[in-house]
Design a protein around this ligand. Structure first.
Ligand SMILES: [Mg+2]
Length: 310
């Protein structure tokens, strides 16, 4: 059976040259199971190729991964109406919506960088799982005054290039937006309010009253369920149900291993400047400078993006 497939090529910064485009079409045509039907220029550095293929998307993705080119991302997806009609886009927060990792900002504030780095190292060596490493890190924060901490960190958060436009445009198209973070609620909620997202969920830091100062301080523990990879996946599905949108119209955007479960259940996963392991497992990847380029993955031309953002 033939499948309608769209292959999108997105240049990281430069326009796609005519030589490159010719080379890429020849490559596609060299795949026996593929027929190149047509193409559309989305932008000078983004191009859609429409294919008929007897291979399914996953198999074609593997073949296309053999096309070796450094400065472009190549996205293979099925050509359905959900490519453009997005019902729900869920973002990871650290190193996705914002450039930083909030735990590192907090560690610097609390002057426990070395201790946090040590825990991160142990987690990377698989000595600790996500929940254990979170608990260990949060323990280090015991006694920190919340009011000054929250204000200080919020003022330091730097939103990733293209995020405000992407969120504004998607919202205008009727899409719901959420942030799901393995970090902490005050900051995820702050980003939700700043970017006018519909929903936020993150870990809740427990507080207590410092008997000496009478001020609210962190207790070194969290409250409630931990937001890990499984929780992100479950929450994405629950939100799709709540907003009454088809799962095929959902997207998970993230950079970390704990975003993969949600990417696996979503209609589309976008690995944003992610580790190689995450890029390999996700259904699409984007390694450009601006998250606004996700519009190309969704099939918008530059003119359509401009119209959406008026
Ligand atoms: Mg992240």
């Amino acid at each position: 059976m033939e499948t309608k497939i769209i292959v999108t090529v997105i240049g990281h910064c430069n326009s796609l040259s005519e030589d490159f485009k010719e080379e890429f079409v020849s490559f596609l045509k060299s795949i026996p199971e593929v027929q190149v039907e047509s193409k559309i220029e989305l932008a000078t550095r983004a191009q859609d190729y429409f294919l008929d293929s007897t291979l399914d998307v996953a198999s074609l993705r593997q073949k296309v991964a053999l096309f070796n080119c450094q400065a472009v991302d190549i996205v293979v997806q099925e050509n359905t109406k959900f490519r453009k009609q997005k019902g729900l886009v869920v973002f990871d927060m650290d190193s996705t919506l914002i450039y930083q990792e909030v735990i590192e900002l907090i560690a610097a504030y609390a002057q426990v960088e070395d201790l946090v780095a040590e825990i991160t190292e142990r987690a990377m060596n698989n000595e600790l799982d996500f929940k254990q490493s979170l608990a260990e890190r949060v323990k280090l924060l015991k006694g920190i005054k919340t009011a000054t901490l929250y204000d200080d960190i919020k003022s330091k958060l730097r939103v990733t290039e293209g995020v405000p436009e992407l969120c504004r445009g998607l919202k205008k198209s009727g899409c719901k937006l959420a942030v799901l973070s393995g970090g902490f609620a005050p900051f995820a909620n702050h980003m939700r309010d700043t970017l006018e997202l519909d929903y936020s969920r993150a870990n809740v830091l427990a507080t207590e009253n410092d008997p000496q100062s009478g001020l609210e301080v962190l207790s070194g523990r969290t409250v409630g369920d931990i937001v890990d990879g499984e929780c992100k996946a479950e929450t994405l599905l629950a939100l799709a149900k709540q907003y009454d949108v088809p799962v095929e119209s959902t997207v998970m955007v993230g950079d970390g291993g704990n975003d993969l479960p949600a990417m696996a259940v979503a209609g589309l996963g976008i690995a944003w400047n992610a580790k190689p392991k995450v890029q390999k497992a996700a259904s699409s990847k984007l390694n450009t400078k601006s998250l606004r380029d996700a519009f190309y993955i969704f099939g918008y031309t530059d003119a359509e993006i401009a119209e959406l953002l008026v």
